[in-house]
Design a binder for this molecule. Structure first.
Ligand code: UDP
Length: 240
């Protein structure tokens, strides 16, 4: 499959068209940004780690019956995916309070939530991705009500499956962000699943193994990504 036009360059990935109009190639970069792009840096080899981790998670979810944009991994940094019309909505799923939720509700980070929280954000760099609810999505026409129901169903199923996968690897899934799109009318999971888009904490020590190491200048970001990759590639239980 050959790359043709560069379609889009984002903060962490470049997307290329291919000779097949239904397929795109995603190239994972090492660049990292935070706080709406105000903080910029490089996490060495992040692109390679995120491509591998996303591959493992997409293949695992496909095996559980979820439909994703993943087709196959082409190289260290390149993944072949189905072309999606991305819904302009980010879906955040939370199991434990952290980040913006902890701040907004005045909770200590690490406080368990009594039930899973699902949030929607409107994908708009100009507006700083404001939080929205289903009424806003319907009123503004960002997605059809059936698409929203499908996105919710898949996001909650993904939360369950990822949690089951990570627990025996001694990783707590604190929260994560998903993006969905349509491909010939079908709602598919897109984007990536990696420490850029998920909060992963060591179950025992509560050490952060994700992009918060970069966001908060904690150091050891590359080592943390490498450690998550090691645990998710460890077959069977016992990540330590
Ligand atoms: N997240 C993301 N992209 C964003 C915003 C959030 O991937 O633009 C992820 C983030 O890594 C975390 C979850 O979504 O796993 C919830 O993030 P939160 O709302 O707490 O915002 P943050 O504290 O990251 O600004």
């Amino acid at each position: 499959m050959d790359k043709t036009n560069r379609l889009y360059e984002g903060k962490a990935k470049i997307v290329y068209e291919t000779t097949d109009p239904d397929l795109l190639i995603v190239e994972y970069k090492d660049s990292a940004t935070a706080f709406d792009g105000k903080k910029k840096g490089i996490i060495e080899n992040k692109g390679v780690y995120n491509n591998r981790m996303s591959t493992i998670f997409f293949e695992y979810l496909e095996g559980r019956g979820l439909k994703t944009h993943y087709v196959k991994t082409l190289s260290d940094r390149e993944m072949l995916v189905k072309r999606l019309k991305i819904l302009p909505i980010e879906v955040v799923v939370r199991n434990i309070a952290a980040g913006s939720l902890a701040k907004r509700l005045g909770l200590e980070e690490g406080t368990p939530l009594r039930s899973t929280v699902l949030e929607f954000y409107y994908k708009s760099d100009a507006l700083g991705d404001p939080m929205i609810n289903e009424d806003h999505i319907r009123a503004v026409g960002l997605a059809e009500p059936e698409q929203v129901r499908e996105v919710e169903r898949q996001a909650l199923a993904i939360n369950g499956y990822l949690g089951e996968f990570l627990a025996p690897r001694n990783v707590d899934l604190i929260d994560f962000k998903l993006e969905f799109g349509t491909h010939h009318g079908q709602v598919l999971l897109g984007d990536e699943i990696s420490p850029d888009t998920c909060r992963f904490w060591d179950r025992t020590t509560k050490e952060k193994l994700d992009k918060d190491r970069f966001r908060r200048d904690l150091g050891g970001a590359e080592e943390a990504y490498q450690e998550v990759l090691r645990r998710v590639t460890t077959i069977g239980a016992g990540g330590r």
